[in-house]
Write a protein that binds this ligand. Sequence first.
Ligand code: MN
Length: 270
Amino acid sequence: MTTAVLNASSMLTEFAAAIATGEIEVVDLTHTLDPDFPVIILPPEFGQCARFRMEEISAYDHRGPGWKWYNFTCCEHTGTHFDAPIHWVSGRDLPNNAVDTIPPEHFVGPVCVIDCSEGSKTDDDFELTPDIILAWERQHGQIPEDSWVFMRTDWSKRSGAEYLNMRKDGQHSPGPTPEAMRLLVDDRNIRGFGTETVGTDAGQAMHYSPPMPAHYYLHGAGRYGLQCMRNLDLLPPTGAILFSAPLKIKQGTGSPLRVLALVPKEAANG
Ligand code: MN
């Protein structure tokens, strides 16, 4: 065995021990899949995303005396979920662009968290701009290449109608500007972008040029999205490692998933 192999195996042993002792905390960034959890609503001329539904097959009864189980149905984009490049027209022809063909090592990696919770408290349409990203970098260092970047808004503390925040002109929720997405994707070369809101884009992002810039730029460059997350307020600005593996749906455009962050105990927020 080479030294590198010995080092990697002792790292994994230490890693397991640190999880067991709580030196590394596992923070769950996932909402419970529940029929009441809101899904995105598109204008009525378009197809719609289905909510999560559960149907009991048996419950230790005449339909199956010794076991309980359910059938469930939902959209690929229901609840806390992953967006693959094939989800957007800008990423439709890229190689390895679906959830079943993305290299699995892309599902484990570092995450930077930009706190936009103060601004989002008073402005439902709060924008993540290049100025905010550059100010974050002056404090925490440049966003490392191939990192996830999360926009914390505390939006996950909302529920019911407050979550989608639908008005006559559509949804109102915070998100990134086109310029912010170009900085993150083209200049910082991030792996993906994640939010607490129903999508990676702002509620009113159809009015940007291009419309839905997070989807357009991320997926056009083969990068990923995560949305409907919670507990971003428990993450440090840097130093956490994300585990975010979607279901292996053949040519799937996304999927609900369990998103876990590993956080060194001394760095845990809150
Ligand atoms: Mn989605």
